[in-house]
Design a protein around this ligand. Sequence first.
Ligand code: SF4
Length: 363
Amino acid sequence: MVKNKVSLYFHIPFCTKKCPYCHFYVIPNRLSHHKLLSESIALEWQKQLPLLKNKEIVSIYFGGGTPALFGGIEEILKNISRGPDCEITIEANPEEITLDLLTHFRAIGINRLSLGVQSLDDRSLQTLERVHSADKAKEAIHNAKKAGFENVSIDLMYDLPGQTEESFRYTLNQLSALPIHHISLYNLTIEPHTSFYKRQVQTPAPELSLRLLTAAVEKFKELGFERYEISAFALPNHKSLHNLGYWTARPFLGFGPSAFSYWSNKRFRNVANINRYAKQLKENLSAVDFEEELTYPANVKELFAVKIRLKEGANLHEFELPDETLTAIEKLKYLELLKEENFQIQLTERGMLFYDTVAAEII
Ligand code: SF4
């Protein structure tokens, strides 16, 4: 019997300090919260387990927050029946991990590390008010290799306040010396309710932003990283199985406060408050406080817009797109933001730079 492929996401909301640009649900790292979270995730697991009958779990992702601070990961993994090829990722910040901790992660089955490096320039790290230094980040990456990780991803950020092309190139030029296999590249966006937003922090002008992005894309290519999605770059055989699921509509279940799920064409999110999340589950109630089901044609348009983020794009035969979207695609082709070959629609280089415009036209 062919089992449907699914993924699991665990949101571990603890952080030692809230970064001034962070818009995720995070709370201070307290041991009393660890116990509460472990008990609540165990209850949620029991509640959701029937949904996983006859499903193949292809990836598990511990995100946050900083799951590396949480002692309950091993217990969670013990309960999950999975195959040997299941990709299991944990996010971590450089200042939290030691060789011993990384060795422990490998021993309990975690086979992919996603490190919040952000920059290898101490001035940029200070701008971001990060706790770690560039040296600490490099040490963490080398320790991951020593611990046996053969799949290490780093997050890098650009568009930082005061960032110059020179300072960004300083970070990029250090990458060749590091045993990394995957890079997720993000531009800093100033989200409402963040400290940067309140302080009206400014990011670089669009022309500089474009130069920074271009510098990164060229450097990654030179180092052998394939841009397989707009913001994701991988060495051969190191694409993120978990993230590929998000771009190809693979169902996933989220656990923990504020965790999103996508299941049976519905998107839903747990309550973003650890005490309310725990209370709901203790009372045998659902932890979900938001749910939406996109209907035709919004669902198809959205799936199409997400799938073209991938390098290989999306095939028109796979989607029943309404006429207005087909007209928009023609317009985007004319503007050289999209290209088409044998009904396969892909972003052009220019389209990758202006994906937001493309997505807005399609949706
Ligand atoms: S470490 Fe990550 S999750 Fe924690 S506050 Fe900073 S950006 Fe947010």
